[in-house]
Design a protein around this ligand. Structure first.
Ligand code: ADP
Length: 169
């Protein structure tokens, strides 16, 4: 059974089998979580992302999909990069956000990972409302059927932490 835990803090300081990155489709770095992971994880992560772009991900990683790389200098075995959808007030993209969590856990299962740390995907630059993002994240993980034993949501600030805590009840 998967246990869901919550931590307020910086995901790059976590110890886990997998640290999930809220990447963009280029896989070549960005701001927010992405920037922090590449800064603290060192150049090995970007080097592997470049190799993926030169290989089967020539057009980049599609929204809602996930791919694993080394975790470089992070205290983890792998980074799983996933691309969240940009929030839209006119189009329901919640299936894509759920897919980020599902595909990340499927990839983690393939790797044999036991502990996975997630940030609140799409809630930064991509502007997804925090309460709704928390609902989708918790529901999707709870119904995923993953073999991962601990899914840890690492929330950057108190507001994000409270939104996830409210969903866990
Ligand atoms: P996205 O482009 O998917 O919106 P962001 O990285 O901009 O991704 O933001 C996703 C969430 O991660 C936001 O809630 C942001 O506050 C949070 N965040 C930013 N840096 C970190 C970090 N180092 N650790 C954990 N969460 C972070």
């Amino acid at each position: 059974m998967t246990g869901i835990t919550l931590v307020q803090g910086d995901i790059t300081r976590q110890s886990a089998d997998v640290i999930v990155n809220a990447a963009n489709s280029s896989l070549l770095g960005g701001g927010g979580v992405d920037g922090a992971i590449h800064r603290r994880g060192g150049p090995a992560i970007l080097a592997e992302c470049r190799r993926l772009r030169a290989g089967h991900l020539g057009k980049g990683l599609p929204t809602g999909r996930a791919v694993a790389t080394t975790a470089g200098d992070l205290d983890a075995r792998w980074v799983i990069h996933t691309v969240g959808p940009v929030w839209s007030a006119t189009e329901d993209r919640s299936g894509l956000l759920a897919s980020c969590y599902r595909e990340s856990l499927r990839t983690a299962d393939e790797l044999g990972a036991r502990t996975v740390a997630f940030p609140a995907i799409s809630t930064g630059v991509y502007r997804w409302p925090m309460d709704d993002a928390a609902r989708i994240a918790v529901e999707t993980v709870a119904t995923s059927g993953t073999s991962v034993t601990e899914v840890r949501f690492v929330l950057f600030d108190a507001r994000a932490y409270e939104a996830f805590a409210a969903r866990l009840g």
